[in-house]
Design a protein around this ligand. Structure first.
Ligand SMILES: CCCCCCCCCC(=O)SCCNC(=O)CCNC(=O)[C@H](O)C(C)(C)COP(=O)(O)OP(=O)(O)OC[C@H]1O[C@@H](n2cnc3c(N)ncnc32)[C@H](O)[C@@H]1OP(=O)(O)O
Length: 160
């Protein structure tokens, strides 16, 4: 495993098994986000294209609502890095406006809205290819002490 200069795992290495974005998780979603700035506010924005199979089905033909929440949680969490902040989700609200179809390219976006001390407020949306808003979320992330994140997780230490 590649290491940084201190031979300690980097944050990306620590997060390699993240269910939503980790490349090392064989059962994960392997989401990839492009980062930019919001054209009006200049705040960090991220975008990903998602196209999910029946593994993630809830209602027949549609994505499970819990997976949609996962998409939003992950997209909003990706805004913390450009804000130079290590943070975890404290609160999230999801509006499911239309069923979100499987086997179609959908656009997942998230934008940083504002910061109040340790509190980071983000928003996220899921659109179909026609531009219809399918679901949306608001999230509160709290900046944490990096010491909260263990540097070496093994099955033995996780109790498996
Ligand atoms: C981290 C690196 C890797 C990134 C991976 C990203 C993965 C994707 C993101 C995730 O899924 S993270 C996993 C899910 N989240 C968690 O497991 C977090 C579990 N919760 C905690 O560990 C603690 O609650 C946390 C460290 C987040 C915060 O605990 P604290 O005790 O430091 O803060 P507190 O609970 O007092 O809340 C902080 C502030 O939020 C405020 N707050 C809480 N709920 C609120 C609400 N609903 N609306 C507005 N404000 C709210 C609360 O009042 C308070 O305001 P003040 O600081 O002004 O007093």
């Amino acid at each position: 495993m590649p290491m940084n200069d201190n031979s300690a795992p980097t944050l990306d290495e620590q997060a390699g098994h993240c269910f939503a974005c980790g490349p090392a998780n064989p059962q994960g979603l392997h989401l990839h986000f492009d980062r930019s700035e919001h054209p009006e506010t200049g705040h960090p924005t991220v975008t990903a294209t998602v196209n999910l199979t029946r593994i993630y089905e809830g209602p027949p033909g549609y994505i499970h609502g819990g997976i949609i929440a996962t998409l939003f949680d992950e997209a909003m969490s990706k805004l913390n890095r450009p804000l130079d902040t290590l943070a975890m989700t404290r609160h999230m609200e999801v509006d499911y406006l239309r069923p979100s179809p499987l086997y179609q390219d959908l656009t997942l976006t998230a934008t940083h809205e504002r910061r109040e001390g340790r509190k980071l407020f983000h928003s996220a949306q899921l659109h179909n290819a026609e531009g219809t808003l399918l679901a949306q979320a608001e999230g509160l992330f709290i900046a944490i002490n990096p010491a909260m994140i263990p540097s070496n997780i093994t099955p033995e230490k996780a109790g498996h």
